[in-house]
Write a protein that binds this ligand. Structure first.
Ligand SMILES: [Zn+2]
Length: 146
C-alpha cells in the first residue's frame, strides 16, 4: 500500500488534475517534475510557478532547495513550516516577467497570489527576483506591495 507520508508518493488524482499554478496544464506536465527532481525549471517564471505550487502542496524541502544560498536563512525551513499549514492558496496571476529566460542569469517575476487565512481572503502582490546558482534558477528575494 502506498504511504501518504512518503514524500515521493504521488496520488494519481493529483498527477491528472490541473496544476495549482493555474497554467491550465496537468500537474504531471507542469510543476510536478520539478517537485520530484525529475527536471529543473528552465525559466524564472517556471521556478516561480513551481514554488507557488510547492506552497500549495506544502513541499517545504523544495521551497528551501529553490531559495538562493545567499539569501537562505538558517531558519528558513522552520520559518516556512511554522506558517505553511495556516495558509490555503487559491489563485496565482503572473502580472509581468522580465528576463529570466533560459539564457539569462537573472530575472524578475511580478505576481499576485490569492490565499485564505482563517477563511478570510488575502492577496500577496510581490515582485520576486531570481538568480541562477550553479546553472539552476533560484529565488533570491521579493518586494511586497506596490
Ligand atoms: Zn504548474
Amino acid at each position: 500500500m502506498p504511504d501518504e507520508k512518503d514524500p515521493d508518493w504521488i496520488p494519481r488524482e493529483r498527477e491528472e488534475s490541473g496544476c495549482p499554478c493555474k497554467s491550465r496544464q496537468r500537474y504531471a506536465d507542469c510543476c510536478m517534475p520539478f517537485h520530484y527532481g525529475r527536471a529543473n525549471p528552465e525559466t524564472a517564471e517556471q521556478l516561480m510557478r513551481s514554488r507557488y505550487s510547492a506552497y500549495f502542496f506544502r513541499r517545504v524541502d523544495y521551497l528551501v532547495e529553490t531559495t538562493h544560498p545567499t539569501t537562505r536563512s538558517r531558519r528558513l525551513k522552520e520559518d516556512i513550516e511554522a506558517n505553511i499549514n495556516l495558509i490555503n492558496w487559491s489563485f496565482l496571476t503572473i502580472v509581468s516577467v522580465s528576463k529570466g529566460e533560459k539564457e539569462d542569469k537573472t530575472g524578475k517575476v511580478e505576481f499576485i497570489a490569492e490565499y485564505y487565512v482563517d477563511g478570510s481572503r488575502q492577496e500577496l502582490h510581490e515582485k520576486s527576483r531570481f538568480k541562477k546558482y550553479k546553472g539552476l534558477w533560484k529565488y533570491l528575494d521579493g518586494k511586497v506591495g506596490e
